[in-house]
Design a protein around this ligand. Structure first.
Ligand SMILES: *[C@@H]1O[C@H](CO)[C@@H](O)[C@H](O)[C@H]1NC(C)=O
Ligand SMILES: *[C@@H]1O[C@H](CO)[C@@H](O)[C@H](O)[C@H]1NC(C)=O
Ligand SMILES: *[C@@H]1O[C@H](CO)[C@@H](O)[C@H](O)[C@H]1NC(C)=O
Ligand SMILES: *[C@@H]1O[C@H](CO)[C@@H](O)[C@H](O)[C@H]1NC(C)=O
Length: 174
């Protein structure tokens, strides 16, 4: 007689095989999204708000910023809105010469073809590098079961205000 452990593990194996077959039969889709992400720290229209200050004022290590940043089709903030990036980033490098952020955010899409779908990103962003790669760890709606990556390039950065525009190329397999 099979023990519960054996019967449940054979059920799991069976389900895994079904999943692999249906994935192969259905084929995966790769969607590429291109947009510009606006980090606006200045009032009156700030969409990025520092919620902690660093313990050591000579360093930004530990600073945490909560964002509800606009994502637009073009680099100009007045171009068509495609969604908002909601989440946070934290300065996680102690070495100011090599700054890195931990970014945790959901891209909440409102463009007609993806309206209501989300893409979840968590990753390391070494902001001074010309191109950064962050993992896409999941999605909802159109992007359910999504996996992929995002490539980020700084389009503009104002050192006085801290405001930045970043170009995103996001590839999601779903
Ligand atoms: C803030 O937003 C309002 C409303 O969209 C706009 O009229 C104004 O020009 C913005 N101000 C700045 C400084 O961007
Ligand atoms: C800080 O980063 C710079 C640039 O990557 C590097 O040259 C330097 O050795 C680092 N300093 C420390 C203390 O790790
Ligand atoms: C997106 O969905 C929301 C909520 O269902 C709706 O109010 C809005 O009009 C939709 N926008 C577009 C561009 O389809
Ligand atoms: C940076 O922002 C300041 C304050 O709004 C502005 O005066 C300056 O022109 C901006 N610099 C650039 C390069 O856009």
């Amino acid at each position: 007689m099979a023990t519960p452990f054996l019967s449940s593990s054979s059920t799991i194996l069976h389900l895994l095989l079904l999943a692999a077959v249906s994935l192969t039969a259905a084929g995966a889709t790769v969607t590429h999204l291109h947009f510009f992400w606006h980090d606006v720290l200045t009032t009156p229209n700030a969409t990025a708000v520092a919620v902690t200050q660093p313990a050591d004022p000579s360093s930004s290590f530990g600073q945490t910023v909560v964002i509800d940043n606009a994502m637009t089709e073009g680099p100009d903030a007045s171009s068509a809105l495609v969604g908002r990036a909601q989440g946070l980033y934290v300065v996680v490098s102690q070495n100011a010469s090599n700054p890195a952020l931990l970014m945790v955010m959901n891209l909440v899409l409102t463009a007609p073809e993806y309206n209501g779908s989300t893409i979840s990103i968590i990753g390391r962003n070494p902001v001074l590098q010309q191109e950064r790669e962050l993992p896409v760890v999941g999605g909802t709606g159109h992007f359910r079961q999504g996996r992929g990556y995002a490539l980020l390039k700084t389009y503009s950065f104002n050192a006085t205000t801290g405001n930045a525009v970043v170009e995103y190329d996001v590839y999601v397999t779903h």
